[in-house]
Design a protein around this ligand. Structure first.
Ligand code: ZN
Length: 102
């Protein structure tokens, strides 16, 4: 017995609901995660911005779009993200990670 979806997902890996055209999305979430604790480098910012342009539904799908944009803006301005924002994002991201991993 299997509960797996059988919609012709070609993909390997645990990212079930991710569109095969957008495999970057999971990498992007990993970048966001890193950004929570780390520095915002120009490369990271560019990657995230670019991805948001290309794939506007991406972070919305996780329900974190606005928060991620805020995080990028704050971090890239060289400031520390407020603890509330970080905590919030941590929760949201780990929740989606759990969902995706099943
Ligand atoms: Zn995406």
């Amino acid at each position: 017995m299997s509960d797996e979806h059988e919609e012709g997902k070609s993909c390997s890996g645990p990212q079930g609901p991710i569109d095969p055209d957008h495999q970057d999305c999971s990498a992007v979430m990993a970048e966001v995660w890193t950004l929570l604790d780390g520095e915002c480098t120009a490369a990271t910012r560019e990657r995230l911005r670019h991805h948001l342009d290309e794939c506007p539904a991406c972070l919305r799908q996780y329900g974190v779009e606005e928060r991620v944009k805020r995080l990028i803006a704050i971090k890239c301005a060289g400031e520390k993200a407020p603890e509330t924002l970080r905590a919030r994002l941590r929760i949201e991201i780990s929740r989606t990670t759990i969902i995706r991993g099943q």
